[in-house]
Design a protein around this ligand. Structure first.
Ligand code: GLN
Length: 491
């Protein structure tokens, strides 16, 4: 019998392999949870129950034939930024609307081949621009811990769905924090791998030099299993790294003894909520009890990182989004007078306010006369930030700190002021600028809302981060907490 509290991939794998339940029964269980609960959350843009049942039946056949595999028959959801042939991909934009990609993203192709069962595509901030999931043409998503709060963004639908156990695991993307921050706000585990670790082929581009696909799940052990399938070199993505993928699950038991955890002095100053700092301190004490040592390090330029990011990301976005012109993809205005009118009206009608704001900023920053003053200087700042991380890693093996300055804020709290919303990303953005892997793990609550701790490592140290998170989760149970409204079986 499947039940809501059976939800780690290890438990689901064991149940499938021992025939305690079939892939179809498991799929029906999660489809029912989505049907009952998603009305309150709005975490899905598109549900794919028929395809899911077909995929589940296929998985059952493969299981019956004696096959197994880490994800065979395991249900999951995709952030609606991954192209899926046959299922629409909207990027939460009116611009794409009902667009159906003619091909699969590499990530989707790999998950399909592994026999994972897609239940649907999750809500997000339009074109992944945002920190609250309020910038979606399909409406805001609610935080399952408190429906007055945002789930974080931009992978807010994936985070809310996993937190409410509407799916056991989901994909996300992280350009400046979009996996880690919603994972923190929803009390789940998320990993943004090293830039180049997971193929970007078929993942709709926001800021190509920063975008990276990753995982939102219940535990680090689950994220390890999912990342294993998603990661690896892809000839169709020229920025994909030709670096072998280690066996993440096998390395979860790496010992903590002797591990040096760097804690950036500058990240625990004004701006960080006292209650968030306290929960992170508790978690650091726990890691010390497991044998790690804490060392103070310096990462001086978080504010600089924010400024650099909000030039580089919009600059790349303005170029990437120029393809949505009313001619080749998606929305086209009615009765255009001429070509300029077609471009102008299609784009003004198709893109939401935040996307338009970023296209304007990016176009301005790249324009002749301003390019050196803004874009080139931002790129210099980016190199400096990467150098500071490299210097810090001479003194520590991983860095630990906050994911965001506060817990999940109320819906609407930052809507009037984009600049305060941008501050939510102050601890996550430097990691993307340096191309490093980062994780968020749940470490407690403040005012009833979850607190996340961030772990950051040198390039391609995912197995180390996953192991630290796993060891912590072996000794604490924050990752097993579930929002009360969803702790009930749906029959
Ligand atoms: N919140 C950041 C932004 O709006 C990061 C988004 C992301 O990581 N996709 O750009």
């Amino acid at each position: 019998m499947v039940s809501y509290h059976l939800n780690t991939l290890t438990q689901l794998r064991a149940g499938l392999d021992s025939r305690a339940f079939s892939a179809r029964e498991l799929t029906v269980h999660f489809l029912n949870r989505i049907a009952v609960h998603d009305g309150a959350l709005n975490s899905f843009i598109t549900q794919t129950p028929e395809q899911a049942l077909q995929a589940a039946d296929l998985a059952d056949k493969r299981l019956a034939a004696g096959e197994s595999g880490s994800l065979l028959g395991i249900p999951y959801a995709h952030k609606d930024i991954f192209c899926t042939a046959g299922v629409r991909t909207t990027c939460a934009s009116k611009m794409l609307g009902n667009w159906v990609a003619p091909y699969d993203a590499t990530v989707h192709h790999k998950l399909n081949a592994a026999g994972a069962v897609l239940l649907g595509k999750t809500n997000m901030d339009e074109f992944a621009m945002g920190s609250s999931n309020e910038n979606s043409a399909f409406g805001a998503v609610k935080n399952p811990w408190d429906h007055a709060a945002v789930p974080g963004g931009s992978s807010g639908g994936s985070a809310a769905a996993v937190a409410a156990r509407l799916v056991p695991i989901a994909t996300g993307t992280d350009t400046g924090g979009s996996i880690r921050q919603p994972a923190a706000y929803c009390g789940i585990t998320g990993i943004k791998p090293t830039y180049g670790r997971v193929s970007r082929f078929g993942m709709i581009a926001y800021a190509s030099s920063l975008d990276q696909g990753g995982v939102l799940g219940v535990s680090a052990a689950d994220c390890a299993v999912m990342l294993q399938v998603m990661a690896g070199h892809d000839a169709r993505d020229s920025t994909s790294a030709p670096v072998p993928v280690p066996d993440y699950a096998a390395q979860l038991a790496q010992p903590m003894a002797g591990l040096r955890i760097g804690v950036p002095r500058q990240w625990f100053t004004q701006g960080l909520a006292v209650s968030v700092a306290a929960r992170i301190d508790d978690a650091l004490l726990e890691l010390e009890a497991l044998g790690a040592t804490r060392v103070a390090i310096d990462l001086p330029d978080a504010a600089l990182a924010l400024a650099a990011y909000y030039l580089i990301a919009p600059a790349e976005a303005s170029s990437n989004l120029s393809r949505f012109d009313g001619v080749r993809f998606g929305h086209r205005c009615d009765h255009p007078r001429d070509l300029n009118d077609l471009y102008e009206r299609s784009r003004s009608e198709g893109f939401g306010a935040e996307v338009q704001r970023r296209i304007l900023i990016g176009t301005y920053a790249l324009s002749a006369g301003y390019y050196d003053a803004f874009y080139v200087r931002a790129q210099r700042a980016r190199r400096q930030i990467a150098a500071h991380f490299a210097a810090a890693f001479a003194h520590c093996d991983v860095i630990a700190g906050p994911v965001a300055p506060t817990v999940a804020f109320d819906l609407g709290a930052h809507s009037a002021d984009p600049a305060t919303m941008y501050l939510e990303d102050i601890y996550t953005i430097p990691v993307n600028l340096a191309g490093l892997p980062g994780m968020s793990i749940p470490v407690g609550f403040a005012g009833g809302r979850p607190v996340g701790m961030q772990l950051i490592g040198p390039a391609f140290s995912e197995s180390r981060l996953l192991a630290v998170a796993h060891q912590y989760q072996q000794h604490t149970d924050w990752h097993q907490h579930m929002p009360a409204a969803y702790r009930e079986d749906v029959l």
